[in-house]
Every structure is written in C-alpha cells, then in structure tokens.
Design a protein around this ligand. Structure first.
Ligand SMILES: Cc1cc2nc3c(=O)[nH]c(=O)nc-3n(C[C@H](O)[C@H](O)[C@H](O)COP(=O)(O)O)c2cc1C
Length: 215
C-alpha cells in the first residue's frame, strides 16, 4: 500500500470490529501474525518493530526497540549483540517482555516469556541474509559501549571493511538472535465509545487459555 495512511478510517475500522475470542485466532501466535499483517497492509511504517523490556542482574529494568525477525510456534525472534546491555540482561535473567504498539489502529500486543539464544545455525542464516554494510557494522560496533566520537565509529567501520575486502563477512561470535518463548500474550483493542477490549492468552502445560481483562 502506498500514500498516506488514513488514520481516522483505520481507527474507526478497528474500533467497530471490537475484540471477541470468536474473532481472534485460538492460537495467539497466529493472532499475532494476523495483527502484524494487518498493520503492514494498513501501510504503517515498520509494523514489526517492538519494544523489548529487560531486567538486568541488579533488577534494573530497561526498554528499547528491536525488529521482529521471526515468529512461529516456538516464539518471537530478534537479532542483536550478545555483549550489549540488553544481551547481558537477557542472559542474566532469562526473561523478557515484548510490546507491539500500533497507535493508528488503537492496538497493542504484550508478550511475556522466557528467553533463549537462537541456534548458531539460525544466527548464521540470518546474518548471511543481511546487507553487507550491516554485517560490517555488527563487527565495527561494540554495542552499548561508550565511544569517543563519531569519527571513531567510522574508522572502525572502515577498518572492518578493509579486513573483509573481497571476502564474505563472517558472523561475529558476539552477534546473534534471541527467542522469546511466550507464556502470556495479551491483545488490546481500543474502543472509542465503549470500554476497551483486552484478551489475555496464558499457556499452561502446552495449552493456551484465554481470559478477558478489565481495561
Ligand atoms: C525501530 C528500531 C528498531 C531497532 N531494531 C534493533 C534490532 O533489531 N536489534 C538491535 O540490536 N537494535 C535495534 N535497534 C536499536 C535498539 O533500540 C538499541 O538502541 C540498541 O540495540 C542498544 O540497546 P541496549 O544498549 O539496551 O542493548 C532498533 C531501534 C529502533 C528505533
């Protein structure tokens, strides 16, 4: 879809639909895919960006955006630097929350779960699919570390580019994926004229059950 998004029409459309268990897939992963797909079809920019919330070893919370790069029955996958602040927090706590927000559609999804690193094979495959400049940047940037200047970063990038001149850029060992394995997924749909809708799926012994929550 191209051209400006008609926000008022979008809101009205999703407001009118409301949210009932009968119009949301019984599999919340499938429902997530449908909502992300709807945001994409509506022409929203980066509909698969999400906020990742972590808590570090000292109990300090932190949140930042990452891009969803895989979603199936096993969980939500994103890629990053394992030695970044978020990487250290994820490895220390083993838990994460994700938050998708599409204000134009008056929708959000919240995901809570355990987190694990993706396999080396998954990280290799995704890294290989990235544009070369991003592969070089993954080597050049010691993500979350303090840097002296922009020039320092540019020099690091140039040095890595030279090192890999004419050959494939290998995946840095400190770069790879995480998978959030959800045990709770909540769908929120804003309603203009009534109370907002909240449906929460919880997984226990492999089965999802859905509850309506007060807004
Ligand atoms: C829309 C958007 C998408 C982003 N996607 C990623 C991503 O997929 N992986 C990543 O490491 N950082 C991503 N970033 C940058 C992070 O938000 C963050 O600045 C960086 O990962 C360092 O976070 P940390 O110091 O808490 O580890 C993204 C930022 C924005 C605004």
């Amino acid at each position: 879809m191209s051209g400006p998004v008609d926000l008022a029409a979008l809101r009205a459309q999703f407001d009118a639909q409301g949210l009932e268990p009968r119009n949301l897939d019984t599999d919340p992963i499938a429902a997530c895919r449908q909502w992300i797909g709807a945001a994409r079809e509506a022409g929203l920019f980066e509909p698969d960006s999400m906020t990742l919330a972590t808590v570090d070893a000292g109990g300090t919370p932190s949140a930042r955006a990452v891009l969803l790069r895989g979603l199936d029955e096993h969980g939500f996958v994103f890629f990053t630097n394992y030695t970044s602040a978020k990487g250290e927090a994820l490895d220390a706590s083993g838990v994460a929350s994700l938050h998708f927000l599409w204000t134009a559609m008056r929708r959000q999804i919240r995901v809570d779960g355990l987190v694990q690193r993706t396999t080396v094979h998954e990280s290799d495959a995704y890294f290989a699919s990235r544009p070369r400049s991003r592969q070089i940047a993954a080597w050049a940037s010691d993500q979350s570390a303090v840097v002296g200047s922009r020039a320092e970063l540019d020099e690091a990038f140039a040095a890595v580019a030279e090192r890999f001149a004419g050959v494939e850029v290998s995946r840095p060992p400190h770069w790879g994926g995480y998978r959030v394995v959800p045990d709770r997924i909540e769908f929120w749909q804003g309603r203009e004229t009534r109370l907002h809708d909240r449906l929460r799926y919880e997984r226990s012994a492999g089965e999802w059950t859905v509850s309506r929550l007060a807004p």
